[in-house]
Design a protein around this ligand. Sequence first.
Ligand code: NAD
Length: 273
Amino acid sequence: MTFLKLNNDVEMPQLGLGVYKVPSEDIDRSVKHALEVGYRAIDTATFYENEEAIGKVLNETKTNREDIFITTKVWNSDQGYDNTIKAFHESLKKLGVDYIDLYLIHWPCPDIDLYVETYKALEKLYADGLVKAIGVSNFNIEHLERLLKECTVVPTVNQVECHPYLQQKELKTFCEKHNIKVEAWAPLARGEVFTEEIIKNLANKYNKTPAQVVLRWHIQEGTIVIPKSVTPSRISENFDIFDFELSRDDMNDIAKLNQGKRLGREPNDMNMK
Ligand code: NAD
């Protein structure tokens, strides 16, 4: 397993478990299995309504709290300075912890226009030591530029939709220039890319599965990945990607799959409360 150093020197596991749409009753089994096979990062959000179930696992596991990297996110309807501070404390309580490793703004919601104020609340939580790192999710370059201009702390991470069909090259270049790590949500394109000949051939060549090839591509791109699964064998499979390396030519072949295809919303179109 590899770790990436964020711009404030915090070390973040490059691979974590995503838990979007994982019902609370499935959290116990899947998160415990993930911890057993070596995962040390969990990506949740207030919106996923499973923070409490994750808190229960954190309370029961023998793995030390400081060895588990927890990300959660402030939801759109909680944006604004005071609301964000309040939402953060609710997340802390539900997770049963006294700090969060990474706290993100879930979506910029430009029509609501509260993300600068919301980010200032994240800066306050960071200054108070309640969160080890702060960042954003679904921010386009124009949203990041505004934060860089109007706020003080450079976001450590921008979590965005990213997979072989949507490779986010321009955004990645911008983030690299500003020392912001890109974290891929839907890293597997929810399985849609597995039927591509290029991916199937590479899986044969390296004696790996299509999911492992795609995750390995992300790792070699320097991207953080948080694949989601509730199936124990797949959780294990998705973690078993650190014993092979795709060649430069094979990386270039995967690059050819880019078609700017989104599975989720374009960030400017998400203003849902
Ligand atoms: P994903 O690309 O991780 O796909 C998950 C799906 O792929 C699973 O439901 C399963 O059907 C399949 N899968 C997983 N492992 C597999 C394997 N080894 N073999 C075959 N099929 C496999 O998509 P996702 O869940 O949307 O994204 C991952 C995580 O990203 C989420 O759980 C969540 O934590 C985060 N996320 C964040 C945002 C955001 O707005 N910030 C949005 C969506 C997701």
